[in-house]
Ligand binder design. Structure first.
Ligand code: ZN
Length: 281
């Protein structure tokens, strides 16, 4: 579990560190390696900053994303996507990029079979299994399709990064007609946690807005961690702070990890960092 240990040890930075002279090293556990064609042309503007991404092709997109990580002292980023896309990001910046296998991915690739899955992990083509955006496909983690993969993850200590919470406001009417809000409730993973007690799992988006349900899962299952992807820049800041503070007050501080979930928008990365640097508690 080297990866998870490093993440937990380094990522969470709070206002107490504001006075430090040198910038903190940051690990982004929720970074996306996309193709430019995963988005319409031109790509949509960042809903918060209003800026439209300036990249025009895959190469420009990748170099913009990698430069933004570097400029913001993000020393490691767990990049999720298809094996090909994350592989290209890793080739371009091998010291910074840690590859993760998304399912489903933006190019609608099917999962490798279980033998290939093991081989790809052993070959270090991926280190984390996720983002598992099952909510977009009206599936849950206990879906029989996933069970053999989760057994492998438990046995081989592969962290599982699972999308929880909600989707974007217009997803049901655009890309993802099967997505449903109730499928993001972290309570739905409980049977999987019971069946796989040694499986390490990362609740992406920290279950937002399922506050009590997420806290109940994190209290009862100490192997569960969470990341702050998207909620640290996309939702109103006061709402994010209230949500985060409730987890910190409950004693989960050391199990919360920084993630940006920048998707098409490189400017989301400094925005997410700034939101956390301005924390007042
Ligand atoms: Zn997600």
């Amino acid at each position: 579990m080297r990866i998870l240990f490093i993440i937990i040890g380094c990522t969470f930075f709070l206002a107490n560190d504001k006075k430090q002279a040198s910038p903190r090293k940051i690990i982004d556990v929720h970074f996306h390696a996309h193709l430019s064609t995963d988005y319409p042309s031109p790509p949509p503007a960042n809903a918060v900053t209003g800026k439209t991404p300036g990249w025009k092709n895959d190469k420009e997109m990748m170099s913009r994303m990698l430069a933004t990580l570097k400029d913001n002292n993000v020393v490691k980023a767990i990049a999720c996507g298809s094996l090909t896309t994350v592989g290209n990001f890793q080739i371009a910046d091998p010291q910074r990029i840690i590859p993760a296998l998304s399912y489903p991915d933006a190019q609608h690739n099917s999962l490798p079979d279980t033998a290939e899955f093991v081989r790809y992990f052993q070959e270090k083509r991926f280190t984390v299994f996720g983002e598992l955006g099952l909510q977009y496909e009206e599936k849950i983690l206990s879906d029989p399709e996933l069970e053999p993969y989760l057994s492998i993850c438990e046995r081989m200590a592969i962290p599982v990064a699972f999308h929880t919470g909600i989707t974007g406001p217009d997803k049901v009417y655009t890309c993802c007609p099967k997505a449903r809000s109730h499928l993001g409730n972290p309570q739905l993973i409980e049977d999987v946690l019971v069946k796989h007690p040694r499986m390490k799992i990362q609740l992406m988006h920290m279950g937002y807005p399922w506050l009590e349900e997420t806290k109940a899962i994190m209290f009862m299952y100490p192997q569960v961690h969470a990341d702050l992807g998207v909620i640290n820049w996309r939702i109103p800041v006061a709402e994010f702070y209230n949500y985060l503070k409730s987890f910190i007050d409950a004693g989960f501080e050391k199990r919360i990890m920084f993630g940006s979930d920048q998707m098409a928008w490189a400017d989301a990365i400094p925005l997410a960092i700034k939101t956390l640097r301005m924390l007042h508690f």
